[in-house]
Design a protein around this ligand. Sequence first.
Ligand code: GLU
Length: 289
Amino acid sequence: KPVFRFAPSPNGRLHLGHALSALTNQAMVLKVGGHLLLRIEDIDLTRSRAEFVEGIVEDLAWLGIAFEPGIRRQSEHFDDYAKALDALRERGLIYPCFRSRQEIRAEVTAWETEAGRPWPTDPDGAPLYPGPCKALEPGDGMRRIAAGEPHVLRLDMAKARAIAGKALSYTVFDGEGGTRVVMAAPDRWGDVVLARKDVPTSYHLAVVVDDALQGVTHVVRGRDLEAATDIHVVLQHLLGLPTPLYHFHRLLLDKDGRKLAKSRQSDSLAALRAAGGSPAAIRRRLGFA
Ligand code: GLU
């Protein structure tokens, strides 16, 4: 049976964009058949708050979206992500990096000034990792980790590609029975971060491990995560996990053309409800009759 999931991060109240995502999942489950799971993506312990988890559950119930019993909270499963990291480490696919984001920016800016052209960026607009931690002697890295030096763990994308193969693809479904195969282009992300000192995993790693552990077959999420799927497909190959089918729904933009964000509290469902909005009105507004 198909398994879908809605996987919000509890660092704010749900807004209309989340409602669109949850309702799209629900509509697809109704069409295809299957189960809908709720997963709380709370690996960032500094930003996640218990009251937001309660808010999510409350808002979704109010919207009329039912989930299978049992909510998986990622913060309770750091062991699972550590195991996946170990498997990658054993094959020499990750390396520690001791540069901070600021140091990388400074280095990139210096390079750009000298070269007179922009340094390449990843699909999210962040500069591709310029090295050179990869070249560190492994013993040297271990010594610095043991000494407690702050660091992140990066995926060696060139090596990952060499192992996973150049022809990586995944299948997108449209909910009407149609599918198309998409080539993944993970190289455009460079050596992505898979774990940090304060957050011992990353969105990419946790999402891939959990989708597999939970038997998710159909991932329905926003277009803002379409490009990141390339990274997920590589990780699935490296970890021997199945690749689900994917569907990317449209994004809601505010009047300035920006993506709705929790940080701006744009159109939170709680605020709409307090102002007298009804679940039916929200469904209609988002195109679900
Ligand atoms: N937790 C992510 C978010 O809130 C969504 C993850 C996913 O659907 O893959 O944007």
